[in-house]
Ligand binder design. Structure first.
Ligand code: SAH
Length: 344
C-alpha cells in the first residue's frame, strides 16, 4: 500500500480515506482537527480516538512532523529562528516574529531554491526539492506549539520560490485557512514571489484574499537582470502587468519588495525610474536594506541613504515603508542558518 501524507489532505479527502477503512465521517473530522487545529505531534495525542484506530493510522499513514534541530532567540526583540529536520534528513528554516498585533511566522516553501537571485543565501546551493503542503504547515504548527500561543500571520518569504511549487502551495493555502484547521484569515497570509508570471496570473484568477508580494528590487529591466536571473524569462513590464492583473482580479493591493543595495539600485535615478514604473498602481513598496552575505560583496546603504530614497518616493505620493529589521543578533539573512548548519 502506498504511503499517504495524511497532513496534506483536506477534510473531504481525509473522510474518503477513513471511509475506505470503515470509519464514520465524524472520526475524520476529529482527526482533522487534531492535526490542523490542535497541531497534534503524534497520533498518541489524539485522546478521543481508539487505540485500535490509532495503531492502524500509525502503520499506514505516518504523520509528517518536523523535528526541531535548533532555535536561536533574539535578545533584542524575541525573534526566533528555527531549524527543522524533515523526515528525509533535509533541513529547512522558519522564523517567528513577535509584533504588537500578533505572532507572524515566515516559512520556507522549498529545500533550497533554484531562482539564483544574486544577493540571496538560500539559492547558493540550488534547489533540493519542493516542500509538501504538510511540511509547510508543520513549520507553523510546531512554532505555535513551541511558544504556546496563537500564530495570526503567515508570510511565505523564507527559502524557496512558492510559485515554483504551485500545487503544494495551493493545498497549503487551503488547509491553513480552513475553518476546521488553524483558520488563519486569507488576509493575514502573504505570498512572496520573484515573479513567475503565468503562476501569478493563475493565482489572481482564484480571487483569493491573500496578499501578493513581488520581489522587484530594480527600477528597470536592465538592472533587474543583473540581480535576478528570472528576469531573463519574464521582462519587468510583463511582471508588473501581472501585478496589475492580480489587483484587478482580487482588489488586493500588491506589495513590492525592494532590497536596497548600495550604489546598485539606490540612486536618485533609481528612485525616479521606480516612481515612473509603479505610477498609478495601487501598491505599497517595502524597502529592505540588503542583508549582506559573505559569498557576495553587496553592501547595505547607510540609513541616511535609505531614508533619502524613501523620501523621494513619498514625495511622489507612493506608499512606502522601510522594513524593520528583526533579530539583528541572530543569523540574519534568509537561508544563512541552514547554510551554516549544512557546512558544519
Ligand atoms: N522566492 C520568493 C520568496 C523568498 S525570498 C521571492 O523571491 O520573493 C523573500 C524576500 O527576501 C525576497 O524579496 C528576496 O528577494 C529577499 N531577500 C533574499 N535575500 C536577501 C538579502 N540578503 N537581503 C535582503 N533581502 C533579501
Amino acid at each position: 500500500m502506498e504511503e499517504i501524507d495524511i497532513k496534506s489532505l483536506n477534510l473531504k479527502e481525509l473522510t474518503g480515506i477513513l471511509e475506505d477503512i470503515g470509519e464514520k465521517p465524524f472520526r475524520a473530522k476529529q482527526i482533522y482537527q487534531w492535526i490542523h487545529e490542535k497541531g497534534a505531534a503524534s497520533y498518541d495525542d489524539m485522546t478521543n480516538i481508539s487505540k485500535q484506530l490509532k495503531e492502524k493510522l500509525k502503520e499506514h499513514y505516518p504523520l509528517t512532523v518536523l523535528r526541531q534541530e535548533m532555535v536561536q532567540i533574539s535578545k533584542i526583540d524575541g525573534t526566533r529562528k528555527y531549524l527543522f529536520a524533515l523526515s528525509d534528513g533535509n533541513v529547512i528554516e522558519s522564523v517567528l516574529m513577535r509584533y504588537k498585533h500578533g505572532n507572524s511566522v515566515c516559512i520556507s516553501s522549498q529545500v533550497g531554491c533554484r531562482m539564483g537571485c544574486r544577493f540571496c543565501a538560500s539559492t547558493l546551493d540550488g534547489k533540493v526539492r519542493n516542500l509538501r503542503a504538510s511540511e509547510m504547515l508543520d513549520q507553523i504548527y510546531r512554532i505555535g506549539a513551541d511558544i504556546g500561543e496563537r500564530i495570526s500571520n503567515v508570510v511565505v518569504m523564507g527559502t524557496g520560490e512558492p510559485l515554483d511549487n504551485y500545487d503544494n502551495l495551493l493545498k497549503f493555502i487551503e488547509l491553513l485557512t480552513d475553518e476546521n484547521g488553524l483558520n488563519i484569515s486569507q488576509r493575514n497570509l502573504t505570498i512572496s514571489t520573484c515573479g513567475i508570471v503565468p503562476k501569478m496570473r493563475e493565482l489572481a484568477e482564484r480571487k483569493l484574499q491573500i496578499t501578493l508580494a513581488l520581489s522587484l528590487h530594480a527600477s528597470s529591466q536592465e538592472k533587474r537582470l543583473r540581480l535576478m536571473p528570472i528576469a531573463n524569462k519574464y521582462d519587468i513590464s510583463e511582471v508588473l502587468e501581472a501585478c496589475r492583473y492580480y489587483f484587478e482580479q482580487t482588489k488586493r493591493r500588491v506589495t513590492f519588495e525592494y532590497s536596497l543595495v548600495n550604489g546598485v539600485n539606490d540612486t536618485a535615478e533609481d528612485a525616479k525610474e521606480l516612481t515612473a514604473l509603479v505610477k498609478g498602481m495601487n501598491c505599497h513598496i517595502n524597502l529592505i536594506p540588503v542583508n549582506p552575505i559573505k559569498e557576495r560583496d553587496y553592501v547595505q546603504p547607510s540609513s541616511e541613504r535609505v531614508r533619502d530614497f524613501k523620501n523621494k518616493l513619498e514625495k511622489n505620493g507612493i506608499n512606502v515603508t522601510i522594513r524593520r529589521e528583526m533579530g539583528r543578533d541572530i543569523d540574519g539573512a534568509c537561508g544563512q542558518l541552514r547554510k551554516r548548519y549544512i557546512e558544519r
